[in-house]
Design a protein around this ligand. Structure first.
Ligand code: G4P
Ligand code: MG
Length: 172
């Protein structure tokens, strides 16, 4: 770790997802579909597919405007009609990279619950130990985080311009 940020390599992401897939199975939850929250949830969701082999539906939500400032509320930037018909009555695994303020996650869950899935389980690579701005809806009974972290900025490998430097910083 350096720059007071937590550097995370692709290998670490892969291993976190693998161990999460094992905990998911141990818990007895057998999701029928994966919903990935873009863009940070895309790569973790694809890796999860390697372990649980379920179809992935992608939704795009952003809590930031083009000026990189917070909007008043999260906004759908991509939402496929297919999601609606594919979730009804199903066991869903919702994947994102980080549980930070929880605002984006909770908003997304609220939208997906409208489609009346049987259950939504939430899975994130990292959960920041901090006071959350919102709580999950009461329908959320299963929550998996790969790692609990302090309230620091996490640097994911897909944001790196120089991947070797990024990976070396994880080990530093
Ligand atoms: P939450 O519900 O998942 O807690 O997300 P929150 O609204 O608090 O976060 C807003 C955005 O900030 C999200 O990105 C989230 O991924 C990103 N974010 C929060 N903490 C970190 C961090 O430590 N490192 C990185 N790299 N990103 C973080 P987004 O607007 O959904 O965009 P995207 O980056 O996923 O495309
Ligand atoms: Mg995100």
């Amino acid at each position: 770790m350096s720059d007071n940020a937590l550097y995370v390599s692709y290998n670490t992401v892969h291993k976190l997802v693998k161990s999460l897939s094992e905990r998911l199975l141990d818990s007895g939850y057998d999701p029928e579909v994966i919903v990935a929250i873009g863009s940070g949830g895309f790569i973790p969701a694809r890796i999860m597919k390697t372990f649980i082999n379920r179809p992935i539906y992608a939704v795009g939500i952003s809590y930031y405007g083009v000026d990189n400032k917070h909007r008043d509320h999260p906004t759908k930037i991509q939402w496929i009609d297919e999601v609606k018909s594919q979730l009804r009555g199903k066991k869903v695994l919702l994947i994102d990279e980080v549980d930070d303020s929880r605002v984006t996650l909770a908003y997304c869950i609220g939208e997906l619950l409208k489609y009346e899935p049987e259950e939504i389980a939430v899975l994130v690579l990292h959960n920041k130990r901090k006071e959350k701005d919102v709580e999950f809806p009461s329908e959320i009974k299963r929550y998996f985080s790969g790692m609990e972290t302090d309230d620091v900025w996490i640097k994911y490998p897909w944001d790196a311009v120089e991947i070797e430097e990024h990976t070396a910083k994880e080990e530093a």
